[in-house]
Write a protein that binds this ligand. Structure first.
Ligand code: GLY
Length: 346
Protein backbone atom coordinates (compact mmCIF):
# COMPACT_ATOMS: atom_id res chain seq x y z
CA UNK A 1 0.00 0.00 0.00
CA UNK A 2 1.19 3.50 -0.84
CA UNK A 3 1.14 5.96 2.08
CA UNK A 4 1.61 9.65 1.38
CA UNK A 5 1.93 12.04 4.30
CA UNK A 6 0.44 15.50 3.92
CA UNK A 7 2.53 18.02 5.86
CA UNK A 8 -0.19 20.54 6.67
CA UNK A 9 -0.86 22.21 10.05
CA UNK A 10 -2.35 18.88 11.11
CA UNK A 11 -0.57 16.11 9.26
CA UNK A 12 -2.45 13.12 7.92
CA UNK A 13 -1.94 10.27 5.52
CA UNK A 14 -3.40 9.29 2.19
CA UNK A 15 -3.53 5.54 1.69
CA UNK A 16 -3.83 4.20 -1.85
CA UNK A 17 -4.38 0.57 -2.77
CA UNK A 18 -6.68 -1.49 -4.93
CA UNK A 19 -9.20 -3.22 -2.66
CA UNK A 20 -8.64 -0.80 0.24
CA UNK A 21 -12.40 -0.33 0.67
CA UNK A 22 -12.47 -3.88 2.02
CA UNK A 23 -10.27 -2.75 4.92
CA UNK A 24 -12.17 0.45 5.70
CA UNK A 25 -12.95 -0.48 9.32
CA UNK A 26 -9.38 -1.33 10.21
CA UNK A 27 -8.12 1.86 8.55
CA UNK A 28 -10.68 4.10 10.29
CA UNK A 29 -10.14 2.44 13.67
CA UNK A 30 -6.49 3.45 13.52
CA UNK A 31 -7.34 7.18 13.44
CA UNK A 32 -10.85 7.58 14.88
CA UNK A 33 -11.62 7.10 18.56
CA UNK A 34 -15.31 7.76 17.93
CA UNK A 35 -18.45 6.11 19.19
CA UNK A 36 -20.70 7.37 16.38
CA UNK A 37 -20.04 7.85 12.66
CA UNK A 38 -22.13 9.57 10.02
CA UNK A 39 -21.63 7.86 6.67
CA UNK A 40 -22.34 10.60 4.12
CA UNK A 41 -22.71 9.52 0.53
CA UNK A 42 -24.84 10.28 -2.54
CA UNK A 43 -27.58 8.54 -4.47
CA UNK A 44 -25.14 7.26 -7.13
CA UNK A 45 -22.55 5.85 -4.75
CA UNK A 46 -24.89 4.52 -2.05
CA UNK A 47 -26.17 1.51 -4.06
CA UNK A 48 -22.59 0.54 -4.96
CA UNK A 49 -20.63 0.76 -1.71
CA UNK A 50 -22.64 2.16 1.22
CA UNK A 51 -23.89 -1.15 2.64
CA UNK A 52 -20.47 -2.78 2.62
CA UNK A 53 -18.84 0.25 4.29
CA UNK A 54 -21.70 0.64 6.80
CA UNK A 55 -21.60 -3.03 7.78
CA UNK A 56 -17.82 -3.13 8.11
CA UNK A 57 -17.79 -0.04 10.34
CA UNK A 58 -20.66 -1.40 12.45
CA UNK A 59 -18.88 -4.73 12.84
CA UNK A 60 -15.88 -2.81 14.14
CA UNK A 61 -18.05 -1.43 16.97
CA UNK A 62 -19.12 1.99 15.67
CA UNK A 63 -22.72 3.20 15.77
CA UNK A 64 -23.19 4.14 12.12
CA UNK A 65 -25.86 6.57 10.82
CA UNK A 66 -26.37 6.98 7.08
CA UNK A 67 -27.05 10.18 5.20
CA UNK A 68 -27.61 9.97 1.44
CA UNK A 69 -27.75 13.22 -0.54
CA UNK A 70 -29.03 13.49 -4.12
CA UNK A 71 -26.11 13.08 -6.57
CA UNK A 72 -25.03 16.31 -8.26
CA UNK A 73 -23.66 19.79 -7.68
CA UNK A 74 -27.07 21.06 -6.43
CA UNK A 75 -26.41 19.15 -3.20
CA UNK A 76 -23.42 21.35 -2.38
CA UNK A 77 -25.92 23.70 -0.81
CA UNK A 78 -26.73 25.38 2.48
CA UNK A 79 -29.91 23.27 2.58
CA UNK A 80 -27.97 20.00 2.54
CA UNK A 81 -25.41 21.51 4.93
CA UNK A 82 -28.15 22.29 7.47
CA UNK A 83 -29.70 18.88 6.94
CA UNK A 84 -26.39 17.14 7.73
CA UNK A 85 -25.44 19.22 10.77
CA UNK A 86 -29.01 18.94 12.13
CA UNK A 87 -28.72 15.16 11.80
CA UNK A 88 -25.46 15.26 13.76
CA UNK A 89 -27.12 17.32 16.48
CA UNK A 90 -30.26 15.18 16.66
CA UNK A 91 -28.19 11.99 16.89
CA UNK A 92 -26.12 13.51 19.69
CA UNK A 93 -22.75 13.54 17.92
CA UNK A 94 -19.95 14.73 20.22
CA UNK A 95 -16.65 16.32 19.31
CA UNK A 96 -14.91 12.94 19.10
CA UNK A 97 -17.51 11.45 16.74
CA UNK A 98 -16.83 11.64 13.02
CA UNK A 99 -18.09 11.93 9.46
CA UNK A 100 -17.07 9.49 6.74
CA UNK A 101 -17.32 11.05 3.26
CA UNK A 102 -17.88 8.32 0.67
CA UNK A 103 -18.18 9.75 -2.84
CA UNK A 104 -16.96 12.40 -5.22
CA UNK A 105 -16.13 16.05 -4.79
CA UNK A 106 -19.63 17.20 -3.79
CA UNK A 107 -19.84 14.67 -0.95
CA UNK A 108 -16.27 15.41 0.19
CA UNK A 109 -16.66 19.19 0.13
CA UNK A 110 -20.01 19.09 1.95
CA UNK A 111 -18.84 16.53 4.52
CA UNK A 112 -15.66 18.49 5.17
CA UNK A 113 -17.49 21.76 5.71
CA UNK A 114 -19.99 20.09 8.06
CA UNK A 115 -17.08 18.53 9.96
CA UNK A 116 -15.23 21.85 10.13
CA UNK A 117 -18.14 23.72 11.67
CA UNK A 118 -20.24 21.28 13.74
CA UNK A 119 -19.16 21.80 17.39
CA UNK A 120 -16.34 23.95 15.94
CA UNK A 121 -14.79 20.89 14.34
CA UNK A 122 -15.12 17.12 14.45
CA UNK A 123 -12.95 14.52 12.67
CA UNK A 124 -13.70 13.35 9.16
CA UNK A 125 -12.31 10.77 6.76
CA UNK A 126 -12.41 11.10 2.99
CA UNK A 127 -13.08 8.06 0.80
CA UNK A 128 -13.11 9.52 -2.72
CA UNK A 129 -14.75 7.41 -5.42
CA UNK A 130 -14.20 9.57 -8.53
CA UNK A 131 -10.89 10.26 -10.23
CA UNK A 132 -11.37 14.01 -9.72
CA UNK A 133 -11.91 13.55 -5.99
CA UNK A 134 -8.96 11.12 -5.70
CA UNK A 135 -6.43 13.43 -7.34
CA UNK A 136 -7.80 16.81 -6.31
CA UNK A 137 -10.71 17.60 -4.03
CA UNK A 138 -10.10 15.00 -1.29
CA UNK A 139 -6.52 16.20 -0.82
CA UNK A 140 -5.61 19.49 0.81
CA UNK A 141 -8.53 20.45 3.03
CA UNK A 142 -10.57 22.79 0.86
CA UNK A 143 -14.17 22.33 1.98
CA UNK A 144 -17.19 24.39 0.96
CA UNK A 145 -20.78 24.68 -0.12
CA UNK A 146 -22.15 26.97 -2.82
CA UNK A 147 -24.29 30.06 -2.28
CA UNK A 148 -26.80 31.41 -4.80
CA UNK A 149 -24.20 34.16 -5.38
CA UNK A 150 -21.45 31.75 -6.45
CA UNK A 151 -19.59 28.47 -6.07
CA UNK A 152 -17.60 27.59 -2.93
CA UNK A 153 -18.38 30.90 -1.24
CA UNK A 154 -19.06 29.35 2.18
CA UNK A 155 -16.22 27.13 3.30
CA UNK A 156 -13.15 26.46 5.38
CA UNK A 157 -9.69 24.98 5.16
CA UNK A 158 -10.12 21.84 7.22
CA UNK A 159 -7.96 18.76 6.87
CA UNK A 160 -9.35 15.22 7.15
CA UNK A 161 -7.87 12.65 9.55
CA UNK A 162 -7.25 10.21 6.72
CA UNK A 163 -7.91 9.78 3.01
CA UNK A 164 -8.55 6.25 1.71
CA UNK A 165 -8.27 5.78 -2.04
CA UNK A 166 -9.31 2.50 -3.61
CA UNK A 167 -8.61 2.81 -7.37
CA UNK A 168 -11.00 -0.11 -8.01
CA UNK A 169 -13.89 2.30 -7.32
CA UNK A 170 -12.99 4.06 -10.59
CA UNK A 171 -14.05 0.96 -12.53
CA UNK A 172 -17.73 1.83 -11.95
CA UNK A 173 -17.41 5.41 -13.26
CA UNK A 174 -19.13 6.35 -16.49
CA UNK A 175 -16.54 7.45 -19.14
CA UNK A 176 -17.52 11.14 -18.92
CA UNK A 177 -16.88 11.26 -15.17
CA UNK A 178 -13.55 9.47 -15.56
CA UNK A 179 -12.57 11.93 -18.32
CA UNK A 180 -13.46 14.84 -16.04
CA UNK A 181 -10.83 13.67 -13.56
CA UNK A 182 -8.30 13.12 -16.35
CA UNK A 183 -8.30 16.86 -17.05
CA UNK A 184 -6.85 17.48 -13.58
CA UNK A 185 -4.40 14.59 -14.04
CA UNK A 186 -3.14 16.10 -17.32
CA UNK A 187 -2.89 19.45 -15.52
CA UNK A 188 -0.40 17.94 -13.02
CA UNK A 189 1.72 16.70 -15.91
CA UNK A 190 1.68 20.13 -17.53
CA UNK A 191 2.54 22.17 -14.44
CA UNK A 192 4.94 19.84 -12.70
CA UNK A 193 5.74 16.48 -14.22
CA UNK A 194 6.99 15.64 -17.74
CA UNK A 195 7.30 11.95 -16.78
CA UNK A 196 3.60 11.80 -15.87
CA UNK A 197 2.69 13.65 -19.08
CA UNK A 198 4.75 11.21 -21.09
CA UNK A 199 3.08 8.23 -19.39
CA UNK A 200 -0.34 9.71 -20.19
CA UNK A 201 0.61 10.09 -23.84
CA UNK A 202 1.82 6.50 -23.95
CA UNK A 203 -0.91 5.18 -21.63
CA UNK A 204 1.82 3.30 -19.86
CA UNK A 205 0.71 3.76 -16.21
CA UNK A 206 -2.13 2.19 -14.24
CA UNK A 207 -4.77 4.26 -12.45
CA UNK A 208 -2.99 3.51 -9.18
CA UNK A 209 0.34 4.82 -10.49
CA UNK A 210 -1.34 7.92 -11.89
CA UNK A 211 -3.17 8.65 -8.64
CA UNK A 212 0.00 8.10 -6.57
CA UNK A 213 1.88 10.63 -8.65
CA UNK A 214 -0.87 13.25 -8.68
CA UNK A 215 -1.44 12.98 -4.94
CA UNK A 216 2.30 13.27 -4.34
CA UNK A 217 2.44 16.46 -6.40
CA UNK A 218 -0.63 17.91 -4.71
CA UNK A 219 0.68 17.02 -1.25
CA UNK A 220 3.93 18.90 -1.95
CA UNK A 221 2.08 21.97 -3.18
CA UNK A 222 -0.41 21.95 -0.30
CA UNK A 223 2.31 21.45 2.32
CA UNK A 224 4.11 24.49 0.91
CA UNK A 225 0.97 26.66 0.81
CA UNK A 226 -1.90 25.17 2.82
CA UNK A 227 -4.00 28.34 2.84
CA UNK A 228 -3.71 29.21 -0.83
CA UNK A 229 -1.70 32.41 -0.63
CA UNK A 230 1.12 31.42 -2.97
CA UNK A 231 2.21 28.40 -4.98
CA UNK A 232 -1.09 26.51 -4.49
CA UNK A 233 -2.41 28.80 -7.18
CA UNK A 234 -0.40 26.66 -9.63
CA UNK A 235 -3.14 24.04 -9.30
CA UNK A 236 -5.45 26.50 -11.03
CA UNK A 237 -3.80 26.08 -14.44
CA UNK A 238 -6.59 26.42 -17.00
CA UNK A 239 -9.11 27.24 -14.28
CA UNK A 240 -9.59 31.00 -14.78
CA UNK A 241 -10.75 30.42 -18.34
CA UNK A 242 -12.31 27.10 -17.31
CA UNK A 243 -14.53 28.78 -14.73
CA UNK A 244 -15.57 31.37 -17.32
CA UNK A 245 -16.53 28.54 -19.70
CA UNK A 246 -18.55 26.81 -16.96
CA UNK A 247 -20.42 30.07 -16.29
CA UNK A 248 -21.06 30.85 -19.96
CA UNK A 249 -22.42 27.33 -20.50
CA UNK A 250 -24.63 27.66 -17.38
CA UNK A 251 -22.68 24.68 -16.06
CA UNK A 252 -23.72 22.46 -18.98
CA UNK A 253 -19.99 22.02 -19.71
CA UNK A 254 -18.47 19.99 -16.86
CA UNK A 255 -15.60 21.26 -14.71
CA UNK A 256 -13.08 18.86 -16.26
CA UNK A 257 -14.08 19.69 -19.82
CA UNK A 258 -13.95 23.42 -19.06
CA UNK A 259 -10.49 23.09 -17.50
CA UNK A 260 -9.33 21.07 -20.52
CA UNK A 261 -10.41 23.88 -22.85
CA UNK A 262 -8.91 26.48 -20.47
CA UNK A 263 -5.53 24.72 -20.52
CA UNK A 264 -5.61 24.40 -24.29
CA UNK A 265 -6.41 28.10 -24.73
CA UNK A 266 -3.58 29.08 -22.37
CA UNK A 267 -1.10 26.77 -24.10
CA UNK A 268 -1.98 28.10 -27.56
CA UNK A 269 -1.74 31.68 -26.31
CA UNK A 270 1.87 31.13 -25.31
CA UNK A 271 3.73 32.20 -28.39
CA UNK A 272 6.72 29.87 -28.26
CA UNK A 273 4.84 26.80 -27.20
CA UNK A 274 2.97 25.68 -30.29
CA UNK A 275 4.55 22.22 -30.00
CA UNK A 276 3.52 21.80 -26.39
CA UNK A 277 0.01 23.08 -27.17
CA UNK A 278 -0.31 20.44 -29.89
CA UNK A 279 0.89 17.71 -27.51
CA UNK A 280 -1.56 18.93 -24.89
CA UNK A 281 -4.48 18.92 -27.35
CA UNK A 282 -3.57 15.41 -28.49
CA UNK A 283 -3.46 14.00 -24.98
CA UNK A 284 -6.68 15.79 -23.95
CA UNK A 285 -8.48 14.49 -27.02
CA UNK A 286 -7.15 10.98 -26.48
CA UNK A 287 -8.91 11.03 -23.08
CA UNK A 288 -12.12 12.30 -24.74
CA UNK A 289 -11.76 15.84 -23.47
CA UNK A 290 -12.61 18.93 -25.57
CA UNK A 291 -10.06 21.55 -26.60
CA UNK A 292 -12.39 24.22 -27.94
CA UNK A 293 -15.80 25.75 -27.25
CA UNK A 294 -18.38 27.97 -28.94
CA UNK A 295 -17.79 31.04 -26.74
CA UNK A 296 -15.86 34.03 -28.04
CA UNK A 297 -13.11 35.95 -26.26
CA UNK A 298 -15.48 38.79 -25.27
CA UNK A 299 -17.97 36.47 -23.58
CA UNK A 300 -15.31 34.56 -21.69
CA UNK A 301 -13.51 37.74 -20.65
CA UNK A 302 -16.72 39.21 -19.19
CA UNK A 303 -17.41 35.99 -17.28
CA UNK A 304 -13.84 35.80 -16.00
CA UNK A 305 -14.04 39.34 -14.69
CA UNK A 306 -16.97 38.33 -12.52
CA UNK A 307 -14.94 35.44 -11.04
CA UNK A 308 -13.83 35.67 -7.43
CA UNK A 309 -10.13 35.22 -8.29
CA UNK A 310 -9.84 38.76 -9.66
CA UNK A 311 -7.55 40.76 -7.35
CA UNK A 312 -8.16 44.50 -7.77
CA UNK A 313 -6.95 45.33 -11.23
CA UNK A 314 -4.33 42.58 -11.39
CA UNK A 315 -4.96 38.90 -12.06
CA UNK A 316 -2.88 35.83 -11.19
CA UNK A 317 -2.75 33.32 -14.01
CA UNK A 318 -0.70 30.20 -14.62
CA UNK A 319 1.43 29.72 -17.69
CA UNK A 320 3.53 26.72 -18.73
CA UNK A 321 6.57 28.07 -20.59
CA UNK A 322 8.00 24.55 -20.87
CA UNK A 323 6.50 21.17 -19.98
CA UNK A 324 6.50 20.66 -16.20
CA UNK A 325 7.30 24.25 -15.36
CA UNK A 326 4.03 25.86 -14.36
CA UNK A 327 4.58 29.48 -13.42
CA UNK A 328 2.35 32.00 -11.67
CA UNK A 329 2.33 35.39 -13.33
CA UNK A 330 0.47 38.53 -12.38
CA UNK A 331 -1.03 40.50 -15.24
CA UNK A 332 -3.31 43.50 -15.60
CA UNK A 333 -6.83 42.08 -16.00
CA UNK A 334 -7.11 43.43 -19.55
CA UNK A 335 -4.24 41.17 -20.62
CA UNK A 336 -6.45 38.13 -20.11
CA UNK A 337 -8.39 39.32 -23.12
CA UNK A 338 -5.20 39.14 -25.19
CA UNK A 339 -4.60 35.55 -24.01
CA UNK A 340 -8.18 34.65 -24.90
CA UNK A 341 -8.00 36.26 -28.35
CA UNK A 342 -4.74 34.52 -29.11
CA UNK A 343 -5.58 31.17 -27.59
CA UNK A 344 -8.99 30.94 -29.24
CA UNK A 345 -7.79 32.00 -32.69
CA UNK A 346 -6.06 28.68 -33.53
N1 GLY B 1 -8.30 22.37 -6.29
C1 GLY B 1 -7.26 23.28 -6.10
C2 GLY B 1 -6.77 23.30 -4.69
O1 GLY B 1 -7.01 22.40 -3.91
O2 GLY B 1 -6.10 24.24 -4.35
Amino acid sequence: MEKIEIGTSRTYEIHIEEGLLGRVAEECSAVLKSEKLLLLTDSNVAPLYADAVHNALEAAGYVVHDCVIPAGEESKSTEQYLRVVSTLAKKGFSRSDAIIALGGGVVGDLAGFCASSYLRGIPFVQIPTTLLACVDSSVGGKTAVNLPEGKNLLGAFYQPRLVLIDPLTLKTLIPAVYADGMAEVIKYGMIRDPELFDALEKRSWTDTQIINRCVTIKSEVVAADEFDNGCRLLLNYGHTIGHAIEHCSRFEISHGSAVAIGMSVMAHAEEDEATLAKRLDAVLQSYHLPTSCAFCAEELYRAAMADKKRRNQMLHIITVPTLGNGTIITIPVEELYTYLRKGLSV
